[in-house]
Every structure is written in structure tokens, then in C-alpha cells.
Design a protein around this ligand. Structure first.
Ligand SMILES: Nc1ncnc2c1ncn2[C@@H]1O[C@H](COP(=O)(O)OP(=O)(O)OP(=O)(O)O)[C@@H](O)[C@H]1O
Ligand SMILES: [Mg+2]
Length: 353
């Protein structure tokens, strides 16, 4: 069955690893623990897990363990019998019962208190629940998927999370990398959100100016995809005209990255004879890490190049760098480039024509 990634956008290799895991894990009934910083898309991933499973036509029942007061969480999860506590005027099923046949998503599991953790462990092991104030157990058929942005191992070490539950949940760990480790996905997502918001607001499509794109790629996005999404919505409301210029970026981003357009010389100084490096080696400010910037069609357009010119220019540059590094010893340069010596010689000949 083809994997339906349910609106999860991204082409980075880090995310491709997540999709690979997802396609293997989704059809099984194994318990999955999704980790990742806030805003990395954990909920989106869990929904994709459910919709790619054989439980897809059954309920998906999310519960945010951090948002429901402790005293209520147990009855919310397991239900209660009439008279179990003061306001229990009638019996009520809990989310586990409502999810029968489907998936229960325990979001922010790191916030759950230790007493309730024991009861979750029991559901995982015995596949049965007991309503609050109830006299007996009831079998439930649910898959449990949990998520957290806490370091659960550290929580275990600090005595705030049960070790046995941690291991029982962590059968299949799925980690979502932060946005800053997803390279070109920043711009891909930005474009996607901009299109959505501009369409929703019936305004003409906004384009990100090259400098804006460079700065956005260099920024660390501490709030991850959620921060990027909210930011694109703000732009769709506030920017007049069709172009998002550097000056439209909030101070928070400019302060961190610096607003020097030369920050990443690519593609500004690019020419067929020698494009600027794709990786900036000398950032304008030393605190800025080197940044890889994926080229896009706008680059070809602005440099008046076609794909062939572009690829030749990049290749040429890497070959020169390799030759320089090894004092022009061709077999060593070829090794650095991961190509055969004869291929390198061929390429050099072609270039000199
Ligand atoms: N790869 C992605 N493609 C498209 N949209 C995404 C992607 N990742 C996240 N989003 C969007 O970003 C927002 C935040 O995602 P989500 O709520 O899944 O994050 P989270 O990891 O659960 O965050 P938190 O830890 O704060 O609960 C949502 O609106 C979601 O649709
Ligand atoms: Mg979430």
C-alpha cells in the first residue's frame, strides 16, 4: 500500500527517514512513541500513522494529557460509573472505550502523573480498562500512540516518569527532527503556507525575495513548523505588494541572523564560470553556522542559466576545490569526489574544450 503522508510536507533526507519508519510501523499494532521539539509536527505524524493503519476507518481519539486537570484525566480516559464521585450523576465511557478498534493518541504523555501512569501500563499489558468507581474490567482493542517534547529518559532518571512505562511505550521510537535540521524544507513549507494563506485571503500570491529566503534558511526556527506557519500567515496579512522583502521580516529573525544580504553569497555572486559556494564558508558573523541553501527555479531565472549550465558550474567548482586540496594529484582528487580517475580526466578534458 502506498504511504499517504497526509499533508506532511518535506523532502529533506531527515524527514525521508521518518517516512520510511512510518510506512513500516503504520500497518502494525505496535506502540509508538513520537518525540520532537514543540511544533515539529508530532500530531500530524500520529494522524498519518492512524490513517495508514488497518484501524483507519475506526476512531482516532487524541487526548492532551497536559491540558486536562489531573483529577479529571483518569475519568476522561477510563470513564466512570454513576456515583463514583460527587458530580458523576450518570455513567460515562472514557476515551479508551470510545476508541475501541481505533487509535488512542496520548499527547504530552510526559505531563501525566505517576499514579495514572500505572493504569496506562495496565492497558498496554492487559488490554483492559476499569472505569472510575467501576466493579470490573473491560477489554478494549486500541492501539496506543504517545508523544512528548520532553526528554523522557531524563524524566525517568528524575523519578517523574515510570521506567517500565517508558520502555513499554518506546517499542517503536519515531523522532521528528527540528526544522533547522531539514535544510530546504524551510522554503518548501514557507511556500506552501504562503500559498494557502494568500488563497484563503483571496490576495495575489506573495513571493519571497532572494535575500528573504537566505535569511529564513539561516534562522533557527525555535518554534519549528508552527512558528513558520504563523509567520507566513502574518506576512499574508501585513505585506503590501507581491514581494516579501528583508524589511518585512520581524526583528527577532533579523537579530539572530543579521540582515546582511551577503550572508550567504549564493546565488548573488554566481556565474557560469564559478558560482559561489552552496555552503557559506565565511558567514558575516561568526555566530552564524554555515548554511546549505537549496537552489530553486528562481535562482536559474535570476542568473539566466538553464539546468545544464547550473549543474556544470557546480561540478566545476567542486572539482577545482578537490584538485586544490590535493595539490592537483588527480587520483586523490577523484577519490575525494567519489568518482573514478578516468571520469575526472574526462570531465577536465570536456571543460577545457
Ligand atoms: N511537515 C509538515 N508539513 C505541513 N504542515 C506541518 C508539518 N509539520 C507541522 N505542520 C503544521 O505545523 C503545526 C504544528 O504541528 P503539530 O501540532 O503536529 O506539532 P507538535 O509537534 O504536535 O507540537 P506541540 O509539541 O507544540 O504539540 C500544525 O499546524 C501542523 O499542521
Ligand atoms: Mg502536539
Amino acid at each position: 500500500m502506498a504511504l499517504n503522508t497526509s499533508g506532511i510536507i518535506g523532502q529533506s533526507t531527515t524527514l525521508a527517514g521518518v517516512f520510511r519508519m512510518l510506512s513500516k510501523v503504520a500497518p502494525t499494532d505496535s506502540t509508538v512513541l513520537v518525540t520532537g521539539e514543540s511544533g515539529t509536527g508530532k500530531e500530524l505524524l500520529v494522524r498519518a500513522l492512524h490513517s495508514n493503519s488497518h484501524r483507519a476507518s475506526k476512531p482516532f481519539v487524541p487526548i492532551n494529557c497536559g491540558a486536562i486537570p489531573r483529577e479529571l484525566l483518569e475519568s476522561e480516559l477510563f470513564g466512570h460509573e454513576k456515583g463514583a464521585f460527587t458530580h458523576a450523576i450518570r455513567s460515562r465511557p472514557g476515551r479508551f472505550e470510545l476508541a475501541d478498534g481505533g487509535t488512542v493518541f496520548l499527547d504530552e504523555i510526559g505531563e501525566m502523573d505517576l499514579n495514572l501512569q500505572v493504569k496506562i501500563l495496565r492497558v498496554l499489558q492487559e488490554k483492559e480498562i476499569e472505569r472510575v468507581g467501576g466493579a470490573g474490567c473491560k477489554k478494549v482493542d486500541v492501539r496506543i500512540v504517545a508523544a512528548t517534547n520532553r526528554d523522557l529518559e531524563a524524566e525517568v532518571a528524575a523519578g517523574r516518569f515510570r521506567e517500565d512505562l517508558y520502555y513499554r511505550l518506546n517499542v517503536i521510537p519515531l523522532h521528528l527532527p527540528p526544522l533547522r535540521e531539514r535544510g530546504g524544507d524551510v522554503l518548501l513549507l514557507a511556500q506552501h503556507f504562503l500559498e494557502c494563506f494568500c488563497r484563503k485571503k483571496s490576495r495575489s500570491l506573495l513571493r519571497l525575495a532572494p535575500d528573504t529566503r537566505r535569511v529564513m534558511t539561516a534562522y533557527s526556527w525555535p518554534g519549528n513548523v508552527r512558528e513558520l506557519e504563523n509567520f507566513m500567515e502574518r506576512l499574508s496579512v501585513l505585506v503590501d505588494g507581491d514581494n516579501v522583502a528583508l524589511s518585512d521580516l520581524p526583528q527577532k529573525i533579523l537579530n539572530q541572523v543579521g540582515d546582511t544580504p551577503d550572508l550567504m553569497p549564493f546565488p548573488r555572486e554566481m556565474s557560469v564560470s564559478g558560482p559561489a559556494p552552496l555552503v557559506s564558508r565565511e558567514p558575516a558573523e561568526s555566530k552564524i553556522p554555515p548554511v546549505f541553501v537549496w537552489p530553486d527555479l528562481a535562482v536559474l531565472e535570476s542568473e539566466n542559466m538553464n539546468l545544464r549550465d547550473f549543474l556544470d558550474a557546480v561540478e566545476s567548482r567542486l572539482i577545482d576545490e578537490a584538485l586544490e586540496k590535493v595539490g592537483s594529484v588527480k587520483n586523490q582528487a577523484a577519490e575525494l569526489l567519489g568518482i573514478k580517475r578516468t571520469t575526472l580526466i574526462e570531465k577536465l578534458k570536456k571543460r577545457n574544450l
